[in-house]
Design a protein around this ligand. Structure first.
Ligand code: BGC
Length: 819
């Protein structure tokens, strides 16, 4: 079906650069004009452009607009979320998905698609993990590059996010990530570097948080030194929604566009700063040019190509089926043969959860549910015969003996029990972090009871991040379904019945228990500073170095085929090897390349540096080549502030996951001699993260550990959640009310994203989120009111409101004048 473009762009501007703009016009270009639109400057012939989420489907709102996924959007294909896409280990497939996303964006009048999200899954508890690819930057970067390349092939601009070091939802707009330079570059920035170098996104979104004391959107080190100068990014840096702080500092540091619509106060501040000699006009024009380039390119695009939503649904299903990861298959319980009678158990089989809540939420063109498919029988049921359905548990946590008993009785009657469990809408969402890594108690008990009643039990997992599985060794078959988008139910049946031979591989470690995770003791940070104490020991980099057992290692996944590895050859260019399919089924293997450094630099035992997904016919052998590249042997040499290669004998490991690498070889690599390892790094040297002392962390940071000294008074960077400690009684009441509203929504089982946003929003963002109604001066007045001077503060805020509205009108008049 062809989707008519609903929106017409303005005429292509006559202007080719921004030098002819007045300073005010250039400054005004640096802020948006509505929830999704950049600011047009008609007097200068500059049209606006439209931005929209998101990462796995277009969320185009034509009515009420919000950035939290609350108001309805136009229908669009809901593809699997990033955590599932990463599990395909197939950047080409990500490219196909990107192309479909880009086409739908164009069809819906969207010029800039706000995605993909490629933050590192530092902790399994981050509420937005489902939107992120991996704990590994090479995998995340390459998948993101595929997606961006596909999106941009259609003319739509991609906007990878959130740059950078953004790992928690709690206090998400008021959290300062304290991280050492080497870890930042190797773990948290490398994915962004890959996407910038390989796919040249035309935009990038800065994150809400501060990085080492400076807001990401005004962090010169990140935005100018690294992003623009080192990586050659020449696009637009857009703030996360409400994430900008000082318009002047952003312009100076390399932040191009404040979103959504902060009004014109920022433009006036920029002009004043230039006139006072505090800001270079060249910086303002450079930023304006970056925004203008997006407007100009978007307006100049030819009419969008038609696309077929039916084909996009099929593509979404195909990606889902490549993502689904088989984790256990004792005695070849799977695939299920035609005629197998199944007991379908679990509320998630009736009402699937196929995407996450928040800004990425898509209004799907259609959705399938496992129960519906099996009840319909025929081709949709893939030959399985439904014995019955039982919900098994209450969706939002409560345990019910009656529901378990009903499920057990059903399981006893069927050949096989299919138990759909996983994280519900409240367990993971934008705006909140998971309180623990467990499934609900009811689900854990259900699985144990069902497998006791019918040993032929298959557990199907839903969710965007790892979970604890205390029952894992008693369950013969386990399939990870992630959040697989609108075609996920079909894709799962295809895998369960062998229509598709599973080829998904975990893009993150599944630990035995949360306590085993390197960040368990300090994640999420509840105060203003978030210390990245674990340094480079994130995910498998920790588990393999510290020698901690896991449930399923990074890169793990089974197939209905079996593969053997042989003939590893290594030369300067890379590695070649042979993979043989020793089974009678065609299948696909993900060949993974890890390296271990000679040891003159402290760091992880092994790191992923390349991978290749290959189809291998039954009984056939294929030759696989994985090239080395600029990332293979480098480390950030802190002492010389440079990327360097450690000279010496490196070990190359090739295999099917980080802990199973049947082939290895050594290679002599030329490079530099790193400065000697500092023994004061102590526990870091053995990746003993729980033993790390403050002194050792300071050595890693290379400076004294910054500490926060919360003032008695609330300040502009404090989140509204802290109003409970305000001096003014009314503000304390308001703070308590916000917390109570959150608790009420939690009790109902669906997170209230508005409340979560407001609780985590700092006072300063009031000026950025009010469509120009509030100015930064008014935020100061509000703080005065909250800090024990209600009358004075509110009076000043009211007067500020009037003068700001007047000033906005005057500024707009000035902008409307042609030069
Ligand atoms: C999210 C972004 C999103 C933006 C616009 C923010 O709250 O962090 O990922 O693109 O809203 O919806």
């Amino acid at each position: 079906m062809e989707h008519e473009r609903q929106f017409t762009t303005m005429e292509h501007p006559a202007l080719t650069d921004t030098n002819d703009l007045t300073l005010l016009q250039a400054a005004a270009l640096l802020s948006g004009s509505s929830a999704w639109d950049s600011r047009p400057i008609p007097a200068a012939g500059i049209p606006s452009f439209v931005m929209s989420d998101g990462p796995h489907g277009v969320r185009r709102q034509l009515g009420d607009a919000d950035h939290l996924g609350i108001a309805e959007s136009e229908k669009a294909t809901c593809f699997p979320t990033a955590s599932a896409v990463a599990a395909t280990w197939n950047p080409e497939l990500a490219r196909d998905m990107g192309e479909a996303l880009g086409l739908e964006a164009r069809g819906l009048g969207v010029d800039v698609l706000l995605g993909p999200g490629l933050n590192i899954k530092r902790s399994p508890l981050c509420g937005r993990n489902f939107e992120y690819f991996s704990e590994d930057p090479i995998l995340a970067g390459r998948m993101a590059a595929g997606l961006v390349d596909g999106i941009q092939s259609t003319g739509t601009a991609a906007c990878p996010k959130h740059f950078a070091v953004n790992s928690q939802e709690l206090r998400r707009m008021a959290s300062d990530s304290i991280v050492d330079e080497r870890t930042m570059r190797e773990i948290y920035l490398t994915g962004f570097e890959i996407v910038c170098r390989e796919a040249k996104p035309r935009a990038i979104m800065s994150s809400y948080n501060l990085v080492n004391g400076t807001y990401a959107h005004e962090n010169k080190h990140l935005l100018t030194d690294i992003l623009r100068t080192e990586w050659g990014f020449d696009g637009m840096v857009v703030s996360d929604w409400g994430g900008s702080n000082s318009a002047v500092e952003a312009a100076r540091a390399g932040g191009s566009l404040e979103m959504p619509a902060p009004g014109l106060a920022g433009a006036r501040q920029i002009v004043a700063a230039v006139e006072a000699g505090q800001l270079d006009a060249a910086d303002v024009y450079a930023r304006a040019q970056e925004v203008f380039n997006v407007a100009s390119a978007s307006a100049g695009l030819p009419a969008p190509r038609p696309y077929d939503l039916g084909q996009h649904h099929e593509l979404a299903t195909r990606i889902a089926s490549e993502a689904i990861t088989l984790l256990r298959n004792e005695e070849d319980l799977l695939p299920l043969s035609p005629g197998t009678s199944v007991a379908l158990i679990g509320d998630l089989a009736n009402t699937p959860r196929f995407q996450g809540s928040g800004s990425s939420q898509v209004n799907p063109t259609r959705v399938e549910a496992p129960r519906e498919l099996l009840e319909a029988g025929g081709e949709g049921a893939r030959g399985l015969v439904l014995e019955g359905y039982a919900s098994g548990y209450e969706r939002h946590g409560g345990t019910s003996d009656a529901l378990i008993a009903e499920a057990v009785a059903l399981a006893e009657r069927a050949d096989v029990a299919l138990v759909y469990v996983g994280l519900d809408e409240l367990a993971e969402s934008e705006g909140l972090d998971r309180p623990h890594m467990r499934l609900s108690e009811g689900q854990d008990r259900l699985i144990q009871a069902v497998v006791a009643a019918n040993p032929r039990t298959v557990v199907v997992l839903t969710g965007g991040a790892s979970v604890e599985m205390p029952w894992v060794s008693s369950v013969p078959a386990l399939v990870n379904g992630y959040l697989t988008g609108q075609g996920g139910a079909c894709a799962m049946l295809d895998v369960l019945t062998g229509v598709v031979n599973p080829s998904g591989r975990l893009a993150e470690t599944y630990a035995l228990s949360y306590e085993d995770h390197p960040t368990a003791e300090w994640y999420p940070a509840t105060g203003p500073l978030s210390y990245y104490r674990e340094g480079p020991f994130v995910g498998y980099r920790y588990f393999t170095t510290a020698g901690v057992d896991v449930a399923f290692p990074f890169g793990y996944g089974l197939s209905y085929s079996s593969f053997e590895y042989s003939d590893l050859a290594v030369n300067e260019e890379g590695v070649t090897l042979t993979v043989t399919n020793t089974s009678a089924r065609d299948g696909a293997e993900v060949v993974q390349l890890y390296v271990s450094a000679p040891g003159g630099v402290f760091g992880p035992a092994r790191e992923l540096k390349g991978f290749a997904k290959v189809e291998v016919g039954a009984g056939a052998s294929v030759s696989v080549t994985i090239p080395f590249d600029r990332y293979t042997f480098r480390h950030w040499e802190t002492s010389r502030a440079a990327w360097e290669t450690e000279a010496g004998t490196w070990t190359i490991h090739v295999g099917r996951n980080v802990s199973d690498t049947p082939l290895s070889a050594t290679v002599e690599v030329e490079g530099t001699t790193p400065s000697p390892i500092d023994p004061a790094l102590g526990h870091y040297l053995s990746a003993d993260v729980t033993g790390i002392t403050n002194g050792e962390f300071a050595v890693l940071l290379g400076r004294t550990i910054p500490t926060a000294h919360p003032a008695d008074d609330l300040v502009a960077s404090d989140p509204l959640s802290e109003m409970t400690r305000a001096k003014t009684w009314l503000a304390r009441v308001a703070g308590r009310k916000l917390h109570a509203l959150k608790a009420k929504a939690d009790a109902k089982g669906s997170p209230d994203l508005n409340i979560l946003f407001v609780l985590n929003m700092p006072f300063r963002a009031i000026a950025k989120m009010s469509n120009g109604a509030a100015s930064p001066d008014m935020v100061d007045a509000i703080l005065l009111a909250v800090n024990g001077h209600p009358l004075r503060g509110l009076t000043r805020a009211a007067l500020g409101f009037i003068s700001n509205a007047r000033a906005n009108k005057a500024t707009q008049r000035e902008l409307d004048q042609t030069r």
